[in-house]
Design a protein around this ligand. Structure first.
Ligand SMILES: NC(=O)c1ccc[n+]([C@@H]2O[C@H](COP(=O)([O-])OP(=O)(O)OC[C@H]3O[C@@H](n4cnc5c(N)ncnc54)[C@H](OP(=O)(O)O)[C@@H]3O)[C@@H](O)[C@H]2O)c1
Length: 287
């Protein structure tokens, strides 16, 4: 496959390339309609909306899949409520910023299954767009808490269930904004640093669990039209006016398009792919 990032200008290129969605999407993503296969249990943390809801929706189309989808506040997650009418979708309450909910979520999951085949941490925030030296401690800490520590402690809580799974796939939804080597051409300090730390930890976890046949990867979902992107646009453009032309709707994926790419990628992941940073279209992202 054609690498999405080829030189050091990159995030710019990464995003630009993500925008040539028709080309990239049609050539690179080999999503196939669900086929009958052994029952697989998917856990998705952060499925109330955006990419997480699209992942849950797509995965639930295979009746052999069991989809456990979390939300901080299920009652207000109308899309997920609707989806949970399907027999194979279960909604569990979880707040990454509240570790007490990890244990209650685990107890709820155990009522559904004692194993998880694919463990996806998709939840994340991006709401600070100042330069590093202008970012507050609170902004750094809130991003680090949700985007970095949340996924690690959540996996600690659920590790026993993933060990019992047949696939042992752990997917951290990260961002190319967390790539150090591609030197982002936009300001994304608190967010980017939290995702860089997530990537670092994911790589270490991949190594630490490799003898137990785990496949652990951070993934970039593309530039996707979600609340995270829309809510960030105005403050983001203040510090990144050169990005104005790139934030039009023609330049980003829909959540469903991103989910299709991610599901195809997750299905294809093999042991040798563990510990690498993957783009939604199946190409590798440089660290
Ligand atoms: N959109 C993009 O262009 C883009 C690009 C690169 C990476 N990503 C990554 O993709 C992932 C999904 O983002 P999205 O674009 O789909 O954003 P989104 O539409 O804003 O959805 C974010 C999800 O994260 C959940 N969440 C946030 N804080 C949480 C917490 N403390 N505990 C539990 N859940 C929490 C939200 O739940 P609530 O509904 O309860 O708030 C929601 O389900 C994130 O990790 C993001 O960093 C997105």
């Amino acid at each position: 496959m054609v690498p999405l990032i080829s030189n050091s200008h990159t995030i710019f290129r990464l995003i630009t390339a993500a925008h040539t969605i028709h080309t990239v999407y049609n050539t690179s993503i080999e999503y196939k309609e669900p086929q009958k296969m052994a029952k697989q249990v998917f856990f998705i943390a952060g499925a109330s909306r955006g990419i997480g809801l699209s992942l849950a929706t797509l995965l639930s189309k295979n009746p052999e899949n069991v989809v456990i989808a979390t939300a901080r506040n299920p009652a207000s997650a109308s899309g997920l409520q609707e989806l949970s009418k399907a027999d194979n979708v279960h909604v569990v309450t979880l707040d990454l910023n509240n570790e007490k909910t990890y244990e209650t979520a685990k107890a709820d999951v155990l009522k559904i299954s004692d194993s998880i085949d694919v463990f996806i941490v998709n939840a994340g925030i991006s709401n600070a767009h100042a330069k590093v030296l202008d970012t507050t401690k609170e902004e750094f800490l809130s991003h680090f808490t949700t985007n970095t520590l949340g996924p690690f402690f959540l996996l600690q809580t659920f590790l026993g269930l993933v060990k019992k799974g047949t696939l042992k796939k752990v997917i951290f939804v990260s961002s190319a904004a967390g790539s150090v080597s591609v030197e982002p051409s936009y300001v994304s300090s608190a967010y980017g640093i939290s995702k860089a730390a997530l990537n670092y930890g994911a790589r270490q976890i991949a190594r630490d669990l490799s003898e137990e046949n785990f496949i652990v990867v951070p993934v970039h979902p593309g530039l996707v039209g979600t609340d995270l992107l829309f809510n960030a646009t105005e403050p983001f453009l203040k510090s990144n006016p050169h990005f104005k032309d790139f934030l039009g709707p023609e330049n980003y994926l829909t959540p469903d398009q991103s989910a299709k790419g991610l599901v195809a990628l997750i299905e294809k992941l093999k042991k040798e792919d563990s510990g690498k940073f993957w783009n939604y279209d199946g190409t590798e992202v440089p660290w």
